[in-house]
Design a protein around this ligand. Sequence first.
Ligand code: NAP
Length: 258
Amino acid sequence: MKTLILGGTREARELADIASGERGFDIVSSLAGRVRDPVLPVGEVRVGGFGGVGGLREWLRGNGIEVVVDATHPFAGGITANAATAAASLGIPVLHVRRPGWTEQPGDRWMRVPDLALAAEAAAALGKRVFLTIGRQGVAAFAHSDAWFLIRAIDPPDGAMPVDHELLLARGPFSVADETALLTGQRIDVMVTKDSGGALTEAKLIAARELGIPVVMIGRPPLPAGAEQVETVAAAWDWLRARRGTARWADRPRSEPG
Ligand code: NAP
C-alpha cells in the first residue's frame, strides 16, 4: 500500500520504521527541509515543500499514493490543512497523528494563550527575563518586546528577533537537571512554550514547576473539520494495517476535476 508519511517528528520516524519493514507497505516519508541536519526516517525520504495544495495533489496522484498519514508537528497547521484538502480531492484517506498536549500538574503556574501575539503580551506582563522555547518559528512575534530573551532552537530563527537576546542552539531531549541549571543560571522569570506535548521536551516544564516559574503555554491550531485523528504510533499502525488490502489506487473515487 503506497503510503505517504508527512513527518518531521519522532512519531513519523517510528511509524516509518515499523511500516518499512512490513510486507505490503511501500512507504515514502516527507520532510519540509527546514532543519539543516535532520534526523532522517528509515526508507525512502523526499525533502521540501510540494508547492501548496495543488502541488501536493499532483504529487499524490503522480506517485500513486493510496493513504496519507499526517504525523507532522501539532503546530504545523499549514501542511496539515493542505494534506486534508489535497487528499480529500482525490478520495485518499488521511490519518492525523497528534500526540496529546501537556496537562497542568499541581504546582504549575501556567497561562494558556491561543496564539503568539497573546503569548508575547503575557510574557511581557510576567517578567523581564524570558526563556523562549518555541522553536525557530514565531520568534518575530516577540521582536518588539523590551524584555531580555534566552531563545532556544535547533537552528537559528529567521526574521526579526528581540533586540536584547541570547541565542542557544541545541537539540533535545534535555534532562530536568540541565533545564533547572539553565533556568536558574540565566535567572529566568518566565518561560514561553508551545503545547507540543510528548516526553522529549517535557523536562523544561518539570524544572519550571519545581522552581515556581510561570509558563506561557501557546495552544495548538485546530485540526481540519472532520479529521480522523489518533494519538499514538501504535494506533496509527493499527489504522494502516486495517487499510491494507482495501485501498486500491485503481478503485479510488475520482471526484477531482480535470
Ligand atoms: P507548516 O507551517 O504547516 O508548513 C508550511 C509549508 O512547509 C507547507 O505548506 C509545506 O510547503 C511545507 N511543509 C511542511 N511540512 C512538510 C513536510 N513534512 N513535507 C513537505 N513539505 C512540508 O509547517 P511548519 O510549522 O513550518 O513545520 C515544518 C516541518 O517541521 C513539519 O514537517 C513539522 O512536522 C516539523 N516541525 C514543526 C515544528 C513547529 O513548531 N511548527 C516543530 C517541530 C517540527 P508547500 O506548501 O510548498 O507544500
